[in-house]
Design a protein around this ligand. Sequence first.
Ligand code: G3P
Ligand code: MG
Length: 252
Amino acid sequence: MKSKKPFVWAHRGASGYCPENTLAAFKKAVEMNADGIELDVQLTSDGEMVICHDEEVDRTSNGKGWIKDMTFEAVRSLDFSYGKNEYRGAKIPTLREVFELIKPTKLLINVELKTGIVFYPGIEKKVIELTEEYDFMDRVIFSSFNHYTVKKIKELRPNAKCGFLYMDGTIDMPEYGKKHGIDALHPALYNLQFPGFMEDCFRNNLEVNVWPVNEEEHIALCCEAGVNAIITDYPDKASAFIGSMFETKQQI
Ligand code: G3P
Ligand code: MG
């Protein structure tokens, strides 16, 4: 096992406990002493940066439709409690509101730009400008499944920390990441099993931040592999399990 504990980032906030991507979920992540939060950014028709995983509001709210076609006022009027009664009335947050919430803390923020389906015009510049307004460039890592978006961020701000998100079945990802000058790979968990994958990442100076990591056996795999961070729905359980793994190691 590597000597460094992986950081614990709360996936869509502490989404195992609260409606995903709501202020309640991000507050819970802070209360649970997560090292960071991960969130998904979309743009409304009038250009507001809002936090929602899906391009449409149907799954997580009581409304219907594409965020790109709705004004902020319209999307804000919906209930995002997502079947959890104690959170009834939860509103879609803006990126600014999450930044305000996180400002007094030391948490890192993984801003995932959801441009895989809708190519929101100008979203990269907007996200950078808000990050700079909050003086957060050193505590934000930008990622996207759309690697053109990640490249755009790097073009606009070469020093911005960026990661390529991807699923599975790819080869040569570390070389590809290095070639495009990015800082991290954000692979789906299963990629850790590919032969030589972590060594290739280390050799290319790439951080590895893995998702989704909720099961103990998967957390253990990440600790063994020496990843930089795990992205989990249960930050409290993940931190406790990582703590116990490293305690056991010290006793051996
Ligand atoms: O950023 C890690 C993870 O959130 C990527 O997948 O679909 O949950 O946004 P998804
Ligand atoms: Mg995400």
